[in-house]
Design a protein around this ligand. Structure first.
Ligand code: FUL
Length: 460
C-alpha cells in the first residue's frame, strides 16, 4: 500500500499538459452552418450557400476574449454536419462553395496570433455529410483533414475530439481510429494536448453545465483514459475487483477508494466545457449566463484543479453578440478585481511533517480576507488529500474557516463568496485575522507547494 501511494504521488504531467495548465482558461467558438439554421446539430445536407457572415471580424472575437481574461481560442473547424470552415481539398462541403468564400480557420488563427492567444481546433469525427462515413476510407478522409489543419495554420495548442458517433448514410456506425488520429497529431504538433472523453491528455469533466467535482484529481485510473501513458504498477486491491464501472460522469474518480482497484495510474486532468448561453451555437433568443454563474464556474474550474473552456458563439453576422461581449468584460474585470490585492507579507512553514505540513500567512495588520489560493507544484505530482484553514486573531479558535480536499494545480478557497451570504464557518462578530493557518491534514507524499496566498477584500 505504502509503495503504491508513493508511486501515485509521483505521477506527473507531460510538457504539453503543463503548458495547457498554464493556459487554464480558453474560449470555444461554435460557428458554422448551424449558426444560420438556428440548430444545434446540423443534418449534413445544408446548402453551403447559407453560410454568409457578412461582417465577420475575428479581431472583434479576440479583443472580447482578451477582455474576459482568456488565453486561447478553440474553433469548431468542422461540426457534426461536416461543413468545413476552411477550403479543404477533400470535400466540396466547405466555405469554398459559400458566398463568403474566405478561410475562417486562417482568419481566426491569424487573429489569435495578433492578440497573443493560443489557437486550437475542434474537428468532429462524426460527419453527417461525408459519403465515406461508416467505411474504412472515412478514417483516411478524417486524417487528411486533420493533417491540413495541423500543417497549414501555425502552432496548435489543443485539439478537441468529440465523442459523438452517429449513424452514417449507409446505416453503419463509424469506428474511429483514435490511435491513428493521435499519432498524426503527435507527428505534426507535439506540443498540442488532445481532449477526448477519456484523454489521452485532457478528459471531459462529465457534464456540459459547468459543474465541477468537489474533489478533482489529475492522477486517475488508466481504466478511464485508455490512450494515456500509465505511470504506476497496479493498486493493492486490483486483483480483488475492477473499475469497469468508471466513467467521467462519476463523482469519485481519482479517490483513494478507486485507485486501490486500478491496474495503473495516469496523469489526465479534466476540463470544464460549457457555453456562455444555453446552446453551443448562437440563437438570437438566448441570453448569456449571469455574472454570478460565470464567476462560480471560474472559482470551481480554474480554482478546482481543472481548466475552463467557455463557449462564446458568433452571430450570423460573424461577430460575437454584444450581450456576450459585455458579459465577458464584466467577468474579466471581476476576476481581476477579486484577485488584485494579495495580503500576505510573510508565508512560512511552521511545523507538521512532510505529509502534514502546517503553514502561516501573516498580514501587516488584521485584514478581511476573501480568498486563499493554494497551488501544488504539479510538475512533481498531485498529493494533497485534505486541508483546513484557520484564522488567528485575538480569540483563540480551534475550528476552521474553510475545509477542503484536493488541491493540485490551483485551489481557490472562497472565505467570503461575493454573491453569497456569510460563510457559515465564520462566526459574525469575530475580529479580523492578522494571520491564517493552512494545515494539510492528509497527503499521498511529501507536500510541495508552488503558491500560498491570501487575497484581501476590495470594496471599491
Ligand atoms: C458535444 C457536441 O455534440 C455539441 O454539439 C458540442 O460541440 C459539444 C462541445 O460537444 O458532444
Amino acid at each position: 500500500m505504502k509503495k503504491f501511494l508513493s508511486e501515485a504521488a509521483k505521477v506527473i504531467p507531460s510538457e504539453r499538459q503543463k503548458i495547457w495548465f498554464d493556459v487554464n482558461m480558453y474560449a470555444f467558438i461554435h460557428f458554422g452552418v448551424n449558426t444560420f439554421t438556428d440548430r444545434e446539430w446540423g443534418l449534413g445536407n445544408e446548402d453551403p450557400m447559407i453560410f454568409n457572415p457578412e461582417k465577420l471580424d475575428c479581431d472583434q472575437w479576440c479583443a472580447a476574449l482578451k477582455d474576459g481574461g482568456f488565453k486561447g481560442m478553440v474553433l469548431t473547424c468542422k461540426h457534426h454536419d461536416g461543413f468545413c470552415l476552411w477550403p479543404s481539398k477533400y470535400t466540396e462541403h466547405s466555405v469554398k462553395n459559400s458566398p463568403f468564400k474566405g478561410d475562417v480557420v486562417k482568419m481566426a488563427s491569424d487573429a489569435c496570433r495578433k492578440y497573443g492567444l493560443k489557437f486550437g481546433i475542434y474537428l468532429s469525427p462524426w460527419d453527417r455529410n461525408s459519403p465515406l462515413y461508416g467505411t474504412d476510407a472515412y478514417n483516411d478522409y478524417f486524417v487528411n483533414q486533420l493533417t491540413e489543419l495541423l500543417t497549414e495554420y501555425g502552432e496548435i495548442f489543443y485539439i478537441f475530439f468529440d465523442g459523438a458517433c452517429g449513424e452514417g448514410p449507409n446505416g453503419k456506425v463509424q469506428k474511429y481510429d483514435f490511435p491513428r488520429y493521435i499519432e498524426t497529431i503527435r507527428k505534426y504538433q507535439p506540443n498540442a494536448v488532445i481532449f477526448n472523453d477519456g484523454g489521452p491528455d485532457v478528459r471531459w469533466v462529465g457534464n456540459e453545465a459547468g459543474k465541477a467535482r468537489y474533489s478533482e484529481w489529475a492522477v486517475v485510473p488508466k481504466e478511464l483514459c485508455r490512450f494515456a501513458f500509465v505511470q504506476t504498477g497496479k493498486g493493492p486491491l486490483a486483483d480483488e475487483g475492477s473499475l469497469d464501472f468508471l466513467h467521467n460522469t462519476d463523482e469519485e474518480i481519482g479517490s483513494l477508494a478507486n485507485i486501490m482497484y486500478s491496474s495503473g495510474l495516469t496523469f489526465c486532468p479534466s476540463e470544464i466545457d460549457t457555453s456562455i448561453r444555453k446552446g453551443w451555437f448562437w440563437h438570437k433568443k438566448e441570453d448569456p449566463k449571469s455574472l454570478e454563474t460565470l464567476f462560480h464556474i471560474y472559482l470551481t474550474s480554474v480554482g478546482g484543479n481543472a481548466s475552463l473552456h467557455l463557449n462564446i458563439p458568433p452571430t450570423t453576422d460573424g461577430l460575437l453578440d454584444e450581450r456576450d461581449v459585455k458579459r465577458l468584460k464584466e467577468f474579466g474585470d471581476l476576476v481581476k478585481k477579486e484577485f488584485s490585492r494579495p495580503a500576505g507579507v510573510k508565508t512560512e512553514r511552521i511545523g507538521g511533517s512532510d505529509l502534514q505540513p502546517e503553514y502561516r500567512i501573516t498580514f501587516d495588520s488584521p485584514k478581511a480576507i476573501k480568498y486563499v489560493v493554494i497551488e501544488e507544484d504539479i510538475a512533481q505530482g498531485q498529493r494533497i488529500e485534505s486541508f483546513s484553514i484557520y484564522q488567528e486573531n485575538s480569540i483563540k479558535h480551534s475550528f476552521p474557516v474553510y475545509q477542503g480536499t484536493t488541491v493540485g494545480n490551483r485551489k481557490i478557497c472562497p472565505l467570503y463568496d461575493p454573491f453569497a451570504l456569510q460563510n457559515p464557518l465564520i462566526a459574525s462578530g469575530n475580529d479580523l485575522p492578522a494571520s491564517l493557518i493552512v494545515k494539510i491534514k492528509a497527503s499521498r507524499g511529501e507536500v510541495v507547494l508552488r503558491k500560498l496566498e491570501a487575497y484581501e477584500e476590495i470594496n471599491t
